[in-house]
Design a protein around this ligand. Structure first.
Ligand code: GLU
Length: 496
């Protein structure tokens, strides 16, 4: 049975790298008919925050990839201590009574490895069992450390699902802690104890944990547990190759930024999948089931995956392109349902019927859900901002032509049937009667009702706005043009 887990620590918001790890685990579980476990690694009580926990849940829920089981490490401390005790009793760990300095174990004056790295305190490592037991029963605080083999022969090896054969001499691994001096399990211990107890078959996580895996294998073996399979995922990096971080790169690394900007979760999931994984079919836009079907470790790269944001453009062009494609190809009724809350949150009072009418008009014009607020704002506002008179004037025309087009438009909109096709026919006919081009007829009307030249198709727009609003706006534009005409007349008189 395939069982995988995503194990975030609630010490920060959900990072896009974390989201990708979650997604790859989820895909692996679904591809193999296995279980996806969400485990909250909350043993670092000083750094945990409720806000981080909530942001992780919010981010993961938004991705809309449901997990099957949920655990919190803080509920499982007894198990962690039990495993620690078992390792201690086998003599494979020892108590380190070195006084803690500001929470950290004092690592000064100890054995150092080849690169000067701290390895162990000989004095603590060599304490007799009796002495160790005596000091512990006297209540002296201690950290529990793994007694890493110190001969020059022993190696820890494993075969990583992505990075292949890995091996490290134990002589280069420090006597890492299993329990901190406050009695809490370290990440290494808690993680291994839970992975074993939850029968995790595959650990799929970021490459930054690859080096930890040697320690984890030592723990599994010392506790008499079978290690799971491991697969490490390439790092996500900025265009300059730097590892993504909130401190350096800001909101672009946070999942909620994408949600709030109007990405669709399915498009965002699709985008994250392409960071470090190339599906065999070489397709980029892949709906969820296709991702599940295609997923395997084979297509995962070993090289870092670049997220292509820029200083002035926070979103990777591929993410935007994918999002626009998902928007363009989704049924309009569904898109309409997704747009409605965005419009409401911005304070506009659109009804579902109204939104359903507007959606097909803007579907090809938006890349992000939030674009509805700039592309379709004029549908929702009571009052348009003041016109730019130059925009009301048609190409190769003048204020007088704009006025004629608008006045004729007013007559048509006041009398013709108010459907797309009827408006289309009647406005074309009116242009013919005025002896002007259809474009010259439509532009002043479009600017009158939308407030700008660059706007969705005219007849559908008029239909969605309705007769009353359309006429009121044309009236306002007519007044605007008359004002220009008056100014021009005055200028003309002045120049005589
Ligand atoms: N809590 C660890 C982290 O957030 C989990 C790492 C792992 O998957 O083992 O990095």
């Amino acid at each position: 049975m395939i069982r995988v887990r995503f194990a975030p620590s609630p010490t920060g918001f959900l990072h896009i790298g974390g989201a990708r790890t979650f997604i790859f685990n989820w895909l692996y579980a679904r591809h193999n008919g296995g279980a996806m476990i969400l485990r909250i690694d909350d043993t670092d009580v000083e750094r945990n925050t409720e806000a981080s926990l909530q942001s992780i849940f919010a981010g993961l829920r938004w991705l809309d990839l449901p997990w099957d089981e949920l655990y919190k490490q803080s509920d499982r401390l007894a198990l962690h201590r039990q495993i620690a005790d078992a390792i201690l009793h086998k003599g494979l760990a020892y108590r380190d009574f070195t006084p803690a300095q500001s929470g950290e174990i004092d690592k000064s004056g100890a054995h150092q490895g080849a690169q000067g790295a701290w390895l162990f305190h000989a004095e603590m490592r060599n304490l007799s069992r009796e002495e160790s037991d005596r000091r512990a029963s006297a209540g002296e605080p201690f950290a529990l450390r793994f007694r890493v083999p110190r001969d020059s022969e022993t190696h820890v090896t494993f075969n990583d699902g992505v990075f292949g054969e890995q091996s490290k001499a134990t002589a280069d691994i420090e006597d890492f802690a299993l329990l901190r001096s406050d009695g809490m399990p370290t990440y290494h211990l808690g993680s291994c104890a839970d992975d074993a107890d939850l029968r995790i078959s595959h650990i799929i996580r970021g490459q930054e944990h690859l080096a930890n895996t040697f320690k984890h294998i030592l723990i599994f073996e010392a506790a008499g547990l079978t290690p799971p399979q491991f697969a490490h995922l390439p790092l996500l990096v900025a265009p300059d190759g730097a590892k993504l971080s909130k401190r350096k790169h800001g909101p672009v690394v946070s999942v909620t930024t994408y949600r709030d900007a109007g990405f669709l979760p399915e498009a965002f999931v699709n985008f994250l999948c392409l960071l470090g994984w190339s599906p065999k079919n070489d397709r980029e836009q892949m709906p969820r089931q296709e991702l599940v079907d295609a997923f395997s470790f084979e297509g995962i790269h070993r090289s870092n995956a670049v997220v292509n944001f820029k200083d002035d453009d926070p979103f990777d062009p591929k993410a935007l392109w994918l999002n626009a494609e998902y928007i363009r190809t989704m049924p309009a009724a569904e898109l309409s349902e997704r747009l409605l809350p965005v419009v409401h949150e911005a304070g506009f009072a659109a009804t579902p019927q109204k939104m359903a009418q507007i959606t097909p008009l803007i579907q090809e014009r938006i890349k992000l859900l939030r674009d509805v607020l700039t592309v379709a704002d004029f549908f929702f506002v009571e009052q348009l901002p003041p016109y730019d008179p130059a925009e009301l004037i048609p190409q190769k025309g003048d204020a007088a032509m704009a006025l004629r087009a608008l006045e004729s438009g007013r007559t048509v909109l006041g009398s013709a049937g108010f459907t797309h096709d009827e408006l289309d026919a009647a406005l074309r006919k009116a242009a013919g009667e005025l002896g002007i081009k259809t474009g010259q007829m439509f532009q002043p009307i479009r600017v009158a009702v939308c407030g700008r030249k660059n706007a969705p198709p005219l007849f559908g727009t008029l239909e969605a706005l309705g007769r009353e609003t359309s006429l009121a706006r044309i009236e306002a534009a007519i007044e605007n043009i008359r004002a220009i005409e008056n100014i021009q007349a005055v200028e003309k008189l002045k120049s005589i």
